[in-house]
Design a protein around this ligand. Structure first.
Ligand SMILES: Cc1cc2nc3c(=O)[nH]c(=O)nc-3n(C[C@H](O)[C@H](O)[C@H](O)COP(=O)(O)OP(=O)(O)OC[C@H]3O[C@@H](n4cnc5c(N)ncnc54)[C@H](O)[C@@H]3O)c2cc1C
Length: 329
């Protein structure tokens, strides 16, 4: 069967590889000038919570059935990836709350990317069966909220719009995102700086709005995604002493001030890595209400709502589920 797959990031590459393995002919369209999407820019830790209850606790607004799918299927999905030749660079996540693998993102893209049609966005008249794997809408959300972008520059909600025009619907949490505090402009942030410039020490800082109203929350989650939602387009992190990430921010041209009381203030901004809300899908990754459409990766919404979970795990498991569902249909 001929199947169109839109997006050659994690979910699209996986869906296409699995479709080929099952004897189908995916046509893999990629809007950008290179394959890999945000996956290529990522730390590439593909993980799940160790304990199911902790997943529910960390992402309380998520769809329980989809969460179960990702949580239960990830270990087999990683084994599938490794059966194709993916070599983990870490056998665990170095986080006691989670389990998974870390890969070299470049090597993973080289392994999976075959026959990708670059600079070819999904056409409006594309016929089903079709897998939407366009990476959600971080570009659009960042623009609408005045936030920074910490993602590939092409994921602007094309899959979402395509499915909504054909009867699809959205999940709750369309304003939620996975993001990081980054040094605010005038800091210069290149794609290769997305990981080292993340200001991931917010739980040790006092937090102030841009006009110096204190908004330090009573507690901060281990992943600090809650802080990224709180700080918005500009805020200050105030610290007793400097650290490597503050110095990296300073070196990139970010604003770091010494205050009268001797503390340091770092000007930060929330940056959107991926969107958490998205298309409503079932446990076979079919877009609810839109026949012939599947959505994988972060085009599908409502899995990590209220918190933070691995976007790459979601992309891997839903990419496989979509391919297998199409093959069985
Ligand atoms: C710096 C950074 C670090 C990260 N670290 C981690 C991590 O360690 N662990 C983790 O789980 N997650 C991490 N992530 C998030 C992770 O990369 C994403 O959640 C994941 O890549 C989502 O997969 P996806 O396939 O849905 O989207 P993507 O991998 O972004 O792929 C989407 C693709 O669709 C393409 N596209 C967009 N519109 C169209 C269109 N109209 N037609 C055709 N193609 C289109 C895009 O160009 C892109 O190539 C990180 C992200 C970043 C940026």
């Amino acid at each position: 069967m001929k199947v169109t797959v839109a997006g050659a990031g994690m979910a699209g590459l996986v869906a296409a590889a699995r479709l080929r393995q099952l004897g189908h002919e995916p046509r893999l369209l990629e809007k950008g000038s290179r394959p890999g999407g945000s996956m290529l820019l990522s730390s590439c830790v593909v993980w799940r919570h160790l304990e199911w209850e902790r997943f529910r606790e960390d992402c309380p607004g998520g769809d329980e059935q989809l969460q179960r799918l990702v949580w239960e299927r990830l270990d087999d999905a990683l084994a599938w990836l490794e059966s194709l030749g993916a070599e983990p660079v870490w056998l665990d996540t170095e986080n006691p709350l989670t389990t998974g693998r870390r890969y070299d993102p470049g090597a993973l893209v080289r392994l999976l990317a075959r026959d990708v049609e670059l600079a070819t966005p999904l056409p409006a008249d594309a016929e089903p069966p079709l897998v939407l794997a366009t990476g959600g809408f971080p570009v659009r959300l960042a623009r609408e909220r005045g936030l920074l972008l910490r993602a590939n520059p092409w994921s602007a909600g094309d899959g979402l719009d395509f499915a909504l025009a054909r009867g699809g619907s959205t999940t709750p949490g369309m304003g939620e995102f996975y993001g990081r505090a980054m040094p605010a402009p005038p800091a210069r942030i290149r794609e290769q700086d997305f990981v080292p410039l993340a200001q991931l020490y917010g739980r040790e800082a006092r937090v102030f709005t841009d006009d110096w109203r204190e908004i330090t929350p009573p507690s901060v989650a281990w992943h600090e995604n809650d802080l990224a939602q709180l700080i918005g387009p500009r805020a200050w992190y105030v610290l007793e002493r400097t650290n490597e990430r503050v110095e990296a921010a300073r070196a990139a041209g970010g604003t770091v001030l010494r205050r009268d009381d001797g503390t340091l203030a770092v000007h930060v901004a929330a940056a959107v890595t991926h969107t958490i809300g998205g298309l409503r899908v079932d446990t076979e990754a079919r877009v609810v209400g839109a026949d012939g459409l599947w959505a994988a990766g972060v085009d599908a919404g409502g899995i990590a709502s209220g918190g933070y979970a691995s976007g790459l795990a979601q992309a891997l498991v839903l990419g496989l589920s979509a391919a297998e569902s199409i093959a069985a249909s």
